[in-house]
Design a protein. Structure first.
Length: 138
């Protein structure tokens, strides 16, 4: 069995409630809700495990903020948390500054972690490209 499942034999409702409480009250509420949605609590354990793993991948603070919004929105499920928790994660500022210093060409704008060349999305550029494609097909 993979290392991340070493606690599989200990999985039960109190186990997940304890792990969630260690992260924060909103995470606990979300885990309780996920468990209650299943006819049998065992059916929810993989979802609970996946939700709690987000704290390791991102941070406990990011998971707690995500769970707070999930509870307020009434979207207490694994899919919502796994799809949105990354937006709550804040990278350390020294990594971001290092990225900006090492990115080469300054002709485009930098948004987030991607370098965009705005000129290729201008209306003029798009129209020229469309005209080329139309004349190419004729």
């Amino acid at each position: 069995m993979p290392a991340e499942y070493k606690d599989y034999g200990y999985w039960n409702v109190p186990y997940f409630q304890h792990k969630a409480s260690a992260i924060g009250p909103n995470t606990r509420i979300l885990i309780d809700t996920v468990i209650q949605k299943s006819q049998y609590p065992v059916q929810s354990f993989r979802n609970c495990f996946g939700i709690l793993r987000c704290a390791e991948k991102y941070s406990p603070e990011a998971l707690e903020r995500c769970c707070k919004d999930a509870v307020l929105a009434g979207k207490c499920n694994y899919s919502y948390v796994s799809n949105t928790v990354s937006t709550y994660h804040i990278e350390p500022s020294h990594q971001v500054e290092k990225f900006y210093k090492t990115s080469g060409n300054a002709s485009g704008t930098i948004s987030g972690r991607y370098k965009d060349d705005d000129s290729k999305y201008s209306l003029k550029s798009l129209m020229e490209r469309q005209e080329k494609e139309v004349s190419h097909h004729e």
